[in-house]
Design a protein around this ligand. Structure first.
Ligand SMILES: [Mg+2]
Length: 104
């Protein structure tokens, strides 16, 4: 599934439920962080060397998707393509952190 298909799926899900009115940047930012906290909760008090079992992997997958869904709604609200934003940020990071690589 490419990004345009994902965005269409998410917008359809949101619009079918009349949730567009709740999707302002502030509330989307809060929701993004709440979902990211659910990712953290999976690892709270857990031995970092203990592998995840199948159920825990599925739980992590679901919470990562929840987090990404809100990020996608935020990028859409900004009118920014996430791929462009990531590319731009990586180029900036490469120019800033050792070893510095000029991408021009
Ligand atoms: Mg969740």
């Amino acid at each position: 599934m490419d990004y345009d298909q994902i965005l269409e799926l998410l917008k359809k899900f949101r619009d079918q439920r009349g949730w567009t009115k709740f999707h302002n940047l502030k509330d989307l930012a809060i929701s993004t962080n709440l979902e990211a906290s659910e990712v953290l909760e999976i690892f709270q008090w857990r031995d970092a060397n203990k592998p995840l079992n199948a159920t825990e992997k599925k739980h992590l997958q679901d919470e990562l998707a929840d987090t990404m869904i809100y990020l996608i709604y935020m990028f859409d609200k900004l009118g920014v393509d996430p791929g462009d934003a990531i590319k731009e940020k990586v180029q900036y990071n490469q120019s800033r952190h050792w070893p510095k690589i000029d991408q021009k």
